[in-house]
Design a protein around this ligand. Structure first.
Ligand code: OGA
Ligand code: MN
Length: 209
């Protein structure tokens, strides 16, 4: 297969993102990969390998549980076969995004996230004041058997007081333009696992990153 072989699902999703600015996919990755990632994420959380997330892009992010209460682990190649497979797929989706949306995306950064019961992330944009590289956000949910009454929705703020709530069910994938959509994570009554990621462009002013 050539590096530019097209994937019809990726192209449909890129089109939907281009048209609406965000898209929800209930089936995006192969189920065995989603299950393997869920297992990996759970194991890492149980093994104490996640760290409380901070706010801001600097080398010294500030921890404020009143703003966000999740713990995270950044993902890199070589950590596990499932993580490698995930990073490869997202890299090829990045190529589709570049071909259909001309975004000039350069890389993809992502982390496991674990929100313990009661943890939330207040309304925010995925853009830092001093770093405009984050262009497309992805969130993949890793919670098997999630029921609506557990809460933990991601609430998208669509403007004019309209909101759209996404239940963090296993395999659901959200993509949205990072600069355009304020969103928040509502508290859940159970542990809530996900992979949050960002496709990034070159910095407009590299001196400021
Ligand atoms: C984030 C975020 C959403 C979610 O990590 O920036 O908004 O549903 N995550 O986990
Ligand atoms: Mn966010």
């Amino acid at each position: 297969m050539s590096a530019f072989a097209s994937n019809p699902l990726f192209e449909r999703v890129a089109d939907d993102l281009a048209t609406h600015g965000w898209t929800q996919q209930n089936i995006f990755l192969p189920e065995d990969l989603t299950l393997a990632l869920a297992q990996e994420c759970r194991n890492r959380a149980q093994a104490g390998q996640m760290n409380q997330a901070g706010i801001g892009s600097g080398i010294d992010p500030v921890i404020k549980e009143s703003i966000r209460g999740d713990s995270i682990m950044w993902l890199n190649e070589g950590q596990s076969p499932s993580i490698d497979r995930y990073l490869n797929l997202m890299d090829s989706f990045k190529n589709t995004l570049n071909q259909s949306l001309f975004l000039g995306l350069e890389d993809y950064e992502c982390h496991f996230a674990w929100y313990p019961p009661g943890a939330y992330y207040k309304k925010h944009l995925d853009r830092f004041r001093d770093d405009d590289r984050r262009t497309v956000t992805s969130v993949l949910y890793l919670n098997e058997g999630w029921l609506p009454e557990f809460g933990g929705e991601m609430r998208m703020h669509l403007g004019a007081n309209k909101v759209y709530d996404v239940s963090p069910r296993l395999g659901t994938m959200m993509f949205f333009m990072s600069a355009d959509w304020p969103h928040e994570v509502l508290a859940a009554t159970k542990d809530r696992l996900s992979i949050a990621g960002w496709f990034r462009r070159r910095a407009d002013n590299p001196l400021f990153v």
